[in-house]
Design a protein around this ligand. Structure first.
Ligand code: NAG
Ligand code: NAG
Length: 241
């Protein structure tokens, strides 16, 4: 259910590199080299294609989508502006978050952690942080210790950075700023009518859903299908008149 077998070698390589990340003493900037190779930071006035994944941080379908998009980014990272939007329900009677997350309060914590990293760290570190959390296993997502370990592996310090201020220095996610980010994200998902984790949106258009299996993917659901759709959208957005 977690991963397709289509790209075992890429998967294995990625898993190995995360295993190395997790068990190697942290050596500063060089830890992100693996990612810098393909997350190109190209100065360009071109319009990037907004790509959103509607997710819940501890949902198996979200992990699957984030894995597929890790491979999509290998090919078109310089053409997309990727973000995650979180599916949950506002519920004032829920303790700690005032939000009900389908996979429990720890999922709300995971959502807040990811949102705060997105808010205060460069995209490359944010994406690496999420891949690191996922690599720890679904049930470790939202765990404060995992968040701090993954922060270190992604090249920033949880407690001393703005991320710690945003999502709680203790890593709990129970902080005003982080919870507000979560509520804004939930509102955006509702506004876009995104209800299923995982939903893929390219330039605001729902193009595919993975909910147990792939659904409503008119233009395909392989890495290459998403790459092609992003390239088409990029050409459209940047067509010189
Ligand atoms: C990163 O690696 C390069 C080449 O291996 C080295 O020259 C540089 O000093 C390293 N930087 C850090 C911060 O460790
Ligand atoms: C809101 O949360 C409370 C406490 O967990 C729960 O009892 C209640 O059913 C929830 N309300 C809705 C509409 O889900």
């Amino acid at each position: 259910m977690y991963y397709t077998t289509r790209s075992q070698t890429t998967m294995l390589g990625r898993l190995l590199s995360f295993a190395l990340l997790m068990f190697t003493p942290v050596t500063g900037e060089n830890i992100t080299l693996e990612y810098q190779r393909y997350w190109a930071v190209t100065p360009s006035s071109d319009i990037k294609v907004p790509v959103q994944l509607g997710v819940m941080s501890r949902c198996p379908d979200a992990l699957l989508c984030e894995n597929v998009f890790d491979r999509v980014l290998e090919k078109v990272s310089e053409r997309v502006d990727l973000s995650l939007i979180y599916i949950a329900k506002i519920n004032a009677s829920e303790p700690y978050f005032g939000v009900q997350c389908l996979h429990g309060p720890q999922e709300c914590a995971g959502n807040v952690q990811q949102l705060c990293v997105a808010e205060y760290e460069p995209a490359i570190k944010w994406w690496q942080f999420i891949q690191c959390q996922n690599f720890q296993g679904r049930t470790m997502i939202g765990d404060p210790g995992t968040a701090m370990k993954c922060a270190k592996a992604s090249g920033f310090d949880w407690e001393s950075s703005d991320v710690g201020h945003c999502a709680g220095k203790d890593g709990s996610g129970r902080s005003i700023e982080g919870i507000n980010l979560l509520k804004q994200s939930i509102a955006m998902a509702e506004h876009l009518h995104v209800e299923k984790s995982c939903t893929v949106l390219i330039n605001g258009r729902k193009v595919c859903i993975h909910d147990g299996t792939w659904k409503q993917c008119e233009d395909g659901h392989t890495v290459n299908d998403f790459v092609r759709q992003i390239n088409d959208e990029y050409e459209r957005l940047n067509k010189k008149l």
